[in-house]
Unconditional design. Sequence first.
Length: 477
Amino acid sequence: MSEAADALARLRALQAADLPVHGGRTLAYVYDSGLAEVDRAGREAVAAYAGSNGLDPTAFPSLLRMENELVGFAADLLDGPDTVVGTVTSGGTESVLLAVQAARDARPEVDRPTMVIPSTAHAAFHKAAHYFGVEARVVEVGADFRADVAASAAAIDERTVLVVASAPSYAHGVVDPVAGLAALAAARGVRCHVDACIGGWVLPYAARQGRAVPAWTFAVDGVTSISVDLHKYGYAPKGTSLLLHRTPQLRRPQFFASAAWPGYTMLNSTMQSTKSGGPLAGAWTVLQTLGDRGYAALAADVFTAVDRIVAGVAAIEHLDVLAAPDSTLVALSTDETCDVFTVCDEMLARGWFVQPQMAFGRSPRTVHLSVSAATLPAVPDLLDALAASVAAAVAAGPVQVDAAVAELIAALDPAALTPEDFDGLLAASGLVGEDADGALALPARMAEVNAMLEIASPALREALLVTFLDRLTRPER
Ligand SMILES: Cc1ncc(COP(=O)(O)O)c(C=O)c1O
């Protein structure tokens, strides 16, 4: 066997431990069209452009052309006026980071800038706050898990550089009242960003197909920028999102140039400088292959799946849909006799990956489902697995956190803990252990670990998980 063939065989063997990206049974992280031909075309394009460099659009003009075509398609999809411009980024988080950075840098006169975000906004906004020194003014959402316009109005002041809305929010799958938020931002001369990373490519088709979707695109006055990911419901290979601005002037502060060194003048539209042309070429190829008609058909499938899941869940005792979904994300809650985290473990044992979401603010624990078009034929299986998992969770009873451990966690101050304390806590939490060879081992079932993490304060949970990540990422020599 040649070395290359050997390396590829080892690669495939390693990959066998990962969650499946096809088959529609992984209901977070991946988005599956179920169309093998589309997938193959996207992957071929990634491979063909893996060595191309998006750093310089004059050196690789094909990448520039593909970027402008992708943005053009998105501008039409999102009701953009003729002035709309956009940029391909590496993912939703980069699009969000750049929207916040541009909003901050457009207002250099503002000392200690703030942004007003609903409590359900994606964590990427907290990352942006952390990276760029923009204070996040978090406004609690209403009982329907949508942004509270009146409370948001009260949170805007002369230091506010950005108001944020989600279309939809990741955790609950509902669209914020974008028209209300954008109007109050515009009245105060503030930018309004709509984070449609997860819904932006599918909601326009839902609206065209007659589903009730509240207005959220550039058709809404006052919306100044929109993020939308191709690597989610664009069904493109991982690594592409778009950030669109209503005008070139709004985008201007996002760009960066530096001639302050002896090499080439660095000129970047995104956070990366050298960047693979692969993801952009992959997304462009998937878009060309599917086109408007292909996306419409996939949207019809995914919404049929969502409707069947919602109807099927209504027939499962102890299980509920938390909020009627506006898009393709479904959050499921349980009654007190059924432990959500156990349901997630039981689903995994039945070949379904669903994502546990911890209680936060007014939101109870939930099971998150990001439904894909490929899930449609498997919906009856999914509902059977949910019914069986709920029954197993009810039979198993509540997950108990040891009272002494709970007391210890409640008393801990994450800022005062040493690395050794964290190692001890990680071991006590069951998050990491060691196998017979002394290697790091992860637990097979997560319900107890999740229950323990949930009672930790968000700050302690963050600190524990950062320690966990540090332990995971150690060189193999
Ligand atoms: C609404 C929303 N915004 C931003 C992001 C971040 O996207 P990414 O994981 O591609 O960085 C996500 C991811 O799920 C999302 O759902």
